[in-house]
Structure formats: C-alpha cells, structure tokens
Design a protein around this ligand. Structure first.
Ligand code: ATP
Ligand code: MG
Length: 412
C-alpha cells in the first residue's frame, strides 16, 4: 500500500481528551478514532491490526475444534428473563423498547442466545461434546470508559461456548482451552499470568483470568515470586509479603489487564433454559457448559501499553499492520526508481509493505514511521548510493544492504 493513498493522517499532537497511553498513541498515529467515551472506529491501520489478532484467534479456535457462527446483538427481554439476568444486568446492559413496545437488549454476552440455539440441536449424548464460537460486538454501559480500547462500551469479543455430557469432559476441555489461550497471547507478543478469580455471576468455583502485568491495568493481583500461584486480589485471602500457600516463597502485589477470562458454567444455564439431553441410560440430563472470552480491542490496547517508547508504537511481528515500512528520502530519479522497484518486487512476492511515497520532509517520514511502529523499516535515500537501510523498530542499529539482498530478506 502506498502511504499517499491512505485517507488517514498522523497527527503532530496527542488527543486532548484521552488519558490512556493506548488511545493517545493509536489516535495520534491514525489507527483509531474516538466517537464518544468507550466507542471507537478502527481506521485502516487499526482494522488491519484487529484482522491480524482475529486471524490468530480463529486459527487457534479452529485448532481445538471450534465451529464459528455469528449471533445477533439485538436480543429480546423474554429470553433474558429465563435466567433472571435481564434485571441482574440492568445497569450494564443497554435496554430499550422497540416501536412495537417489545423490550430489547444489546448483547453484553451471549450465553442465553447460544443455549437457546443449542437446545434445538443437541438431544443425545451422541451429540456431545460441541464447541461453538463467534467474534462479535458486545455492548456494556461501563461506568469508567477512560482506558481507551481496554474498556470500551462497544467492543469486539471472541466468545467460545463448550457443551458436555459431564463435568469430567468439561474439565478436560477447559485445560485444552487454557493452553490454546496461552498460544494466542504468546503469538500476540504478550506474557500472561493465569489468575484465579471469582466465577462472577455464574458459578461458585474459580474462573481463570489471563492477565498482562501493566501499570495501566485496573485489576489488582497477588502473585508468587517463585511458582505459578496467582490470584485476583478481589477473591484472595493473601496479601503482599505473605507466604505463598503453594510453595512458601514471598507473595507480591501487581497491577494487570485482564485480556481473557474462562468460566465453568456448569448446568446453570441449561437448567434455567431447559437444555437437556438423553444420556447413555436414557435419562434426561442438563448439558454441562463453559464459556471462554477474549477482548480483541482490549488485546490491541494492551499490546500498545506494553510495546511503545517515547516515539511511538512498536508492534510485535504477528499483529503489525504491515511487516515492512519502506521510506524514500530524497527526490533524485535514481532513488525514486530504486524505491519503486523494491516496492513492486515486494508486492509481487506478497510481502506486506507500506510505501511512504509522500512528498513530505524526510524528518516527518522518519517520525511517522516511529509513531506507526511497523516492525521493519527500509530506507532508500540519495545518501546511501544504491544501498538500502534496514532498521528494526525495536532496535537501534541500522544495517546497509544491496537491493537484491533486501528483497531476499523481506521475501523469506
Ligand atoms: P472487566 O472485569 O475488565 O470489566 P469482565 O470480567 O466483565 O471484564 P468478561 O465478561 O470476562 O469481562 O469478558 C471477557 C473478555 O472480554 C475480557 O477478558 C476482556 O478481554 C474483554 N472485555 C470485557 N469487558 C470489556 C470492555 N469493556 N472493553 C473491552 N474489552 C472487554
Ligand atoms: Mg472477566
């Protein structure tokens, strides 16, 4: 893609009405645009990042047997009344009347809808287990929407639901999803801790949160300095300095961002919504369920919180909007021809490359490149003769290569 063709522009200043690092950088660089508190447009670059994250998640979900569907965001009160959550979630759910005076809610989550669907299709133990997911918008009337993409009021979530004949089968699959989640976050460049947390409105047992340590986080966590013991402070009886209940090493306190959360729902929804199956002995039983969420926008915001410096964003390779950023500095015909030939060859070899062909000052191109944070920068300039500079955004050193060599590296 040629940068001169892209409709968005970088800004010289940070937005005045944003306090979070992720929103400040993403808006300045032209990845997102704010419509109102907690509601953002993904612009061209931002949507490319979301697509990268989405592809990683989709690959990993398909890997563990997930079947992708797409459920509606508009949902009737009558369905939510079956579980009592229409009134339980009144504060966080957008609820309104339609023109026929039917009460409608915008999806905060999809347990009710998926359970209503599944009960029409799963009748026997032979139909179990099943794993169904979607990537879709959720709407929550969040009280504090000041953390940019980390806390949206309209936000993209991947939600997976699993359906089992018994607890044992659920327990096995739950561990498979845990591993899959760890792959997803690793591919996004993030180090996550698996944290015991409350089951929320769903269950008395623990749920598990996948948490990235960051001062920008709203979650308080207690971690062991040695082993994998980790709990959300909300439910933990431990405090900083206490001995770890697992290995006796000292516990420490930190702040974190919850990027994923997995819950064993048990039979709560299936009982209330009458989702039953016949088991091996012909007995009618409620389906055993779990749900597993990841916020795509929150993940993107978290990556920016972790990977940035005073100049801008530093995308990890797999989620970057482009792999290479080619800058042409100087206007001599030789330089322009060289840049054009590198760009054309990269396109032919299907290398994801952004070509800054704009007629602006070299300083601005370099600054914008640092702000955008594409992992590899190529500079073709009048000064370098026919050699090309390669610099990683995450490193200081610059190397010069002949054009042919660069094309080999980029296409590998
Ligand atoms: P929080 O405690 O941060 O409000 P939650 O526990 O209510 O989140 P879940 O219902 O567990 O959220 O949602 C699953 C995932 O969806 C979360 O782990 C997070 O990644 C994402 N998510 C939840 N709320 C938001 C939000 N307001 N904006 C962006 N992503 C969100
Ligand atoms: Mg949660």
């Amino acid at each position: 893609m040629k940068q001169s063709d892209i409709f968005t522009k970088t800004s010289n200043v940070f937005p005045k009405d944003e306090v979070s690092t992720n929103a400040r950088l993403l808006i300045k660089a032209g990845y997102i645009e704010k419509l109102m508190a907690g509601v953002y447009t993904y612009l061209y670059f931002g949507w490319r990042v979301i697509k990268k994250i989405e592809n990683i998640i989709r690959e990993e979900m398909d890997q563990i047997g997930g079947q992708e569907i797409f459920m509606p965001a508009l949902q009737p009160k009558s369905l939510w009344d079956q579980t009592g959550r229409w009134s339980d979630l009144r504060e966080i759910m957008y609820q309104f009347d339609d023109r026929s005076d039917h009460q409608i809610g915008l999806a905060t989550t999809h347990e009710e809808v998926i359970t209503d669907i599944i009960k029409k299709h799963i009748k026997s133990y032979k139909d179990l287990p099943k794993y169904i997911y979607q990537i879709q918008n959720k709407y929550r009337n969040e009280p504090r929407a000041k953390s940019g993409l980390i806390r949206g009021r309209e936000f993209l979530m991947k939600d997976l639901y699993s359906f089992h004949a018994d607890e044992n089968d659920l327990d096995n699959y739950y561990e498979i999803v845990k591993k899959s989640y760890l792959n997803i976050f690793k591919r996004c460049g993030l180090k996550v801790f698996v944290i015991e947390a409350s089951g929320g409105a769903f269950t008395k047992k623990f749920s598990h949160e996948f948490t990235v340590l960051s001062p920008a986080g709203e979650d308080r966590v207690i971690l062991c300095s040695k082993c994998d013991f980790a709990q959300n402070q909300e439910i933990s009886g431990e405090k900083e300095g206490d001995k770890c209940p697992k290995c006796s090493a000292p516990l420490k306190f930190d702040k974190g961002i919850e990027v994923g959360n997995i819950f064993k729902l048990g039979t709560r929804f299936s009982k209330e919504q009458k989702a039953f199956f016949t088991d091996l002995n012909g007995e009618l039983k409620p389906i055993v369920m779990a749900s597993y969420g990841i916020g795509l926008g929150r993940l993107m915001g978290t990556i920016v919180e972790i990977y940035h410096d005073e100049k801008g964003i530093i995308w990890p390779d797999e989620v970057a909007p482009f792999k290479y950023h080619l800058l042409v500095l100087g206007q001599s015909e030789k330089t322009l021809d060289l840049a054009k030939s590198v760009y054309d060859t990269c396109l032919k070899n299907k290398v994801e490359i952004l070509y800054d062909d704009r007629k602006v000052h070299p300083g601005q191109k370099l600054n914008d490149s640092d702000l955008l944070g594409i992992p590899n920068r190529l500079v073709v300039s009048d000064k370098n003769d026919s050699k090309i500079e390669l610099k990683k955004r995450s490193e200081k050193s610059v190397k010069l290569y002949p054009a042919r060599e660069i094309i080999k590296i980029a296409s590998s």
